[in-house]
Design a protein around this ligand. Structure first.
Ligand code: COA
Length: 378
């Protein structure tokens, strides 16, 4: 079997960001407007008043301090609470492809490759802008690549599922250079009016160039092993889909309360169920690869919740991990779905030495989880 390597990564970070303070100010202005508008119903007990959010809760419960977004104006407008992203003509590159291409170009530059050398593009993300043609095919065209391209969605685990899929094509001899790209415009699926989750997500795009080790450039990462797992759960769900308009007794209500056509979760249950699932999976994969905690120089974990990562890393190491061993990017980026562990890897891997080993690990809706163990090559 052909050995596989990660040759380079790329990151696109949107220009605009929202602090918790700005977010909470907008949310609380929305709550005040909403409660004033429905004051009579609230007084008569026909409807519950909405509760305000607060910065201290957000930081303590999640570790998130800010998030990048493609459009700030719409999100922090209490009358809108949704990003403003104009539709583009079919003749223009779509916005999701645009940010994906930006991340891919950085990965290609870092590896010294041109788009022409890429055999396949996998667009792996938790939301696609349209049903078809695939975002991946649009990105492939923009990069000037030949070969094939397709979209895949495994929610927050899309990147690691994409890396294993790319690795399998290389192992089987179907491709030598595969770009896995994760454009995440999560601001489109986040319900900015929902107090329980309005602080969770941010926008970004990452790219991972997965290649045959034979052609990987100096300083690449050998892929020691990949593992994927899914287990059905309703605790993270989004019921938006092409059959929504066919339901006789439903219409999509974006304005009111919790809508199941945007992201919804039972955060407490997710926390409790996913921590053991992921730590057990990591430990089992380490045992299979004959790796002990001492062999692991760094963990680039999915970036959803700082407390969750603290627990997972301590179960894996048998002690608390330092920030150096398990770096955090969610304070600045929030949860960027599939891109989180890749941002952490992209920003916090340059200092590792040849022979150092690490773990890229994602987890999320499905439930789904993926582990990719890597070792810095000479
Ligand atoms: N501001 C102030 N208070 C808030 C609030 C907000 N924005 N949102 C919720 N609260 C309140 C709740 O109403 C609740 O009040 P109560 O105790 O009086 O009932 C209290 O804070 C605790 O809420 P809870 O939802 O249990 O908080 P939590 O500690 O579980 O933190 C999450 C919430 C979402 C941050 C956390 O559960 C989480 O991150 N879970 C994992 C999620 C995850 O990884 N998802 C993967 C997505 S891909």
């Amino acid at each position: 079997m052909t050995a596989v390597a990660i040759s380079a990564t790329g990151l696109f970070t949107p220009a605009q960001s929202i602090t918790n303070e700005e977010l909470v100010t907008a949310f609380n202005a929305y709550v005040a407007r909403h409660n004033a508008e429905h004051a009579a119903d609230i007084a008569e007990g026909k409807r519950a008043a909405l509760e305000p959010s607060n910065v201290e809760f957000i930081e303590k419960a999640s570790g998130i301090k800010s998030r990048y977004v493609m459009n700030k104006e719409g999100v922090i407008d209490p009358a809108r609470m949704t990003p403003i992203i104009a539709e583009r003509p079919d003749t223009e590159l779509s916005i999701m492809a645009e940010i994906g291409v930006a991340a891919c170009k950085q990965a290609l530059d870092r590896a010294g490759r041109s788009g022409k050398e890429i055999d396949a593009v996998i667009c792996a993300a938790s939301n696609m802008q349209r049903a078809y043609p695939a975002m991946a095919v649009e990105i492939q065209e923009a990069l000037g690549s030949d070969g094939f391209a397709f979209d895949m969605n495994v929610a927050c685990s899309s990147a690691t599922f994409g890396i294993q899929t790319a690795a399998d094509y290389i192992r089987a001899g179907h491709a030598r250079s595969v770009l896995v790209v994760n454009p995440e415009i999560t601001s489109g699926h986040l319900n900015w009016r929902d107090r329980d989750s309005h602080f969770i997500f941010g926008d970004v795009a990452t790219a991972v160039l997965v290649e045959s080790a034979e052609i990987a450039p100096k300083g690449s990462w050998a892929v020691l092993g990949t593992k994927l797992k899914t287990k059905f759960s309703n605790n993270i769900r989004n019921n938006f889909g092409f059959l929504n308009r066919a339901a006789p007794d439903q219409s999509v209500d974006w304005e009111e309360g919790k809508t199941d056509k945007l992201f919804v979760q039972e955060g407490r249950k997710v926390f409790k169920e996913v921590v053991p699932m992921v730590s057990d999976m990591i430990l089992a994969h380490m045992a299979e690869l004959k790796l002990s905690a001492e062999d692991l120089r760094r963990m680039w974990l999915h970036q959803a919740n700082a407390n969750m990562n603290r627990l997972i890393s301590s179960r894996v190491l048998g002690r608390d991990a330092t920030e150096d061993e398990s770096p955090t990017v969610l304070d600045e980026y929030a949860n960027t779905s599939s891109a989180g562990s890749i941002i952490a890897f992209h920003k916090h891997s340059a200092d590792l030495q040849p022979g150092d080993r690490g773990l890229i690990c994602s987890f999320g809706a499905g439930y789904s989880a993926g582990t990719v163990f890597v070792q810095k090559a000479a």
